[in-house]
Design a protein around this ligand. Structure first.
Ligand code: ARG
Length: 581
């Protein structure tokens, strides 16, 4: 049980004793430590419905509160109850966490399964920095959800079936350089796609040829199918390499093409159930009028007022669309995987698409807890969408390579005694960690400016700063003559810096569930920065190795707990920590 839950349950008992009935009460961490550690507005809420004086009610509740050894409570302002946790309670908590592999994090997800749909690049198109956000955020959400006890299914819903294949197949047949394909398949496929795309714009017959190749593919032509297969396999190999660099894993790669066979039947079913209807030869899902127009994803406001904004699921020419595939995907995930929730980590521009398919799925009876975990753009130094000097989208591999190179240069300068393989490994951990942390410490919805120097700084709100903090703690333990057994020593807290560190340790288990409430890994990132800062203040104020027993062991235990929470927390962001740096 976290301290917050403990306070809530004691508060609930006191409220029940005063009112003679049970009521829900909420305790939250206090915004300002001067007023205590936790706070509740329960007395104010309850007094309102009962038309009594909130301060008087708060006093009655406090009189009945059994807080023995845990905290003190006092009334503040119009009737808040402020709690201050006693140092010995924080000490007991630290002691408990030292013996807990989960570090106090409750298994709130036990028995629930969630599909996380993330990364999902498009085959034969380069994975650009926009996909980096999905990949990094999605991977972190998977890790956090698993740690909270959810059954997590990480699914890479790649775009492996689309109109781009007409061009790619034509290019494959006429422009392919087998050697280049061998060297870097993704780059060669992208080159071929770009050239054909440019040619098709200038030259209508080329466009016609591409369209014909696409029709042949869709009709099951053996040659085109085989080219398509090879494109997918080669692209996957290239993607696997990137995921390996990023330390990202998927349980499934069920791309769009996986659902092809299901699409005709799905459209028929939605027609038969009256969820979709024909309109100008196409099949569309329209508003059912159940929602106010402002909340209805199938309505849009134009000059002439509210008008229909249907989702097309079959074109007049018989072709299926992105929305059709996504509906088939929802059905599969719910029926086959028994998913309770699906989280889609996809950029803001697809917001309408997800509102429409969530609504359509609900009308179809495919219910679940669906979320579009949207994110904004990555901007260059000039605050415009990040581009290369030639104006192309920056590719993910280039970003990752540059991150590792820059980290290597810094490490060579700052830690010249690290050499060879070890230096290279540390550069990888620090470089990739810096990119991930820069992403995850931002509010996902804001556009963020990609700034190398800032993300790699050893002092600042960065991964290297946090990694360096863990290395610094490890170095303390290297100075000991005998292995340290934290579970065997008693934690005693006297100094304010010690108490504050233990306070933050206790928060870890309260904070992590909150991250998933609105899918905000930045809450975890910022917590880790706060913890590292508290550790450095503690380390300055409180000698560790030079202090007398039992203080020395107690402080060593605080060091160990800090290192474990920092390493675990960074691990949940997908960031590793080096032994030395
Ligand atoms: N391939 C799409 C893109 O790059 C993202 C797919 C997201 N997942 C989904 N189920 N629609 O824009």
């Amino acid at each position: 049980m976290t301290l917050l839950q403990d306070l809530e349950s004691r508060l609930r008992s006191a409220v029940a004793a005063v009112l003679g009935e049970t009521a829900t009460v909420a305790v939250t961490p206090a915004a300002d430590l001067r007023f205590g550690d936790y706070q509740s507005n329960a007395a104010m809420v309850l007094a309102k419905t009962r038309k009594t004086n909130p301060r008087a009610l708060a006093q009655e509740i406090i009189d009945r509160l059994a807080l023995d050894g845990l905290a003190t409570a006092e009334i503040a302002g119009p009737g808040f109850i402020n709690f201050r946790i006693l140092p010995q309670a924080y000490a007991a908590k630290a002691q408990e966490l030292l013996g807990d592999v989960k570090l106090g994090v409750p298994a709130i997800g036990a028995g629930r399964s969630v599909v996380v749909d993330f990364s999902a690049p498009n085959v034969a198109k380069p994975m650009h920095v926009g996909h980096i956000r999905s990949t990094i955020i999605g991977d972190s959400l998977c890790r956090i959800a698993r740690f909270l006890g959810y059954t997590v299914i990480a699914d890479n819903h790649i775009g492996d079936w689309g109109t781009q294949f007409g061009m790619i197949i034509h290019g494959w047949k006429t422009l392919l350089d087998p050697e280049a394909l061998d060297q870097d398949p993704i780059a060669e496929l992208v080159r071929v796609y770009r050239e054909v795309n440019a040619a098709a714009k200038e030259n209508p017959p080329v466009l016609e040829t591409c369209k014909a190749e696409l029709v042949k593919l869709q009709a099951g032509d053996a040659e085109n199918l085989s080219i398509w297969r090879q494109c997918i396999d080669l692209s996957k190999l290239g993607l696997e390499k990137i995921y390996q660099t990023l330390d990202v894993k998927f349980d499934h790669w069920l791309g769009e093409s996986y659902y092809n066979d299901r699409l005709p039947g799905l459209v028929e079913e939605l027609l038969a159930k009256g969820i979709a209807r024909e309109s100008n030869g196409a099949v569309c899902i329209f508003s059912d009028g159940a929602k106010k127009p402002g909340e209805d994803p199938f309505m849009v406001h134009r000059e002439e007022g509210w008008i229909d904004n249907p989702a097309i699921i079959r074109k007049a020419d018989g072709g299926f669309l992105y929305a059709t595939t996504d509906l088939a995907t929802i059905e599969y995930r719910i029926d086959q995987w028994r998913a309770d929730s699906i989280w889609y980590v996809v950029g803001v521009p697809q917001q309408l698409h997800f509102r429409q398919i969530f609504e359509a799925a609900a009308r179809w009876g495919k219910t679940g807890d669906f979320h579009h975990v949207a994110f904004g753009s990555i901007l260059g130094d000039d605050r415009k969408l990040m581009k290369t000097r030639t104006g192309d989208n920056v590719q993910l591999t280039e970003v990752l390579t540059e991150a590792v190179e820059r980290a290597a240069r810094i490490i060579a300068e700052k830690s010249p005694d690290l050499t060879g393989d070890e230096a290279a490994e540390v550069a990888r951990i620090v470089g990739i960690g810096a990119v991930k942390f820069a992403e995850l410490s931002q509010n996902r919805l804001t556009d963020y400016v990609f700034a190398w120097d800032r993300m790699l700084a050893l002092q600042g709100d960065t991964a290297p700063y946090l990694q360096y903090s863990t290395v610094r703690i490890r170095s303390i333990f290297r100075k000991l003559d005998a292995p340290f057994d934290a579970a065997a020593c008693e934690v005693v807290l006297n100094e304010e810096a010690e108490i504050h560190l233990a306070r933050l340790h206790a928060r870890f288990g309260e904070l992590l569930p909150a991250v998933l409430e609105d899918f905000r890994p930045n809450l975890l990132a910022n917590y880790l920065l706060e913890l590292a800062r508290a550790f450095h203040s503690f380390f300055e104020a409180c000698p560790v190795l030079k202090s007398e027993e039992p203080k020395r062991s107690s402080r060593l235990a605080l060091c160990e707990l800090t290192a474990r929470i920092l390493t675990t927390g960074l691990g949940l962001l997908g960031i590793r920590c080096p032994e030395r740096m």
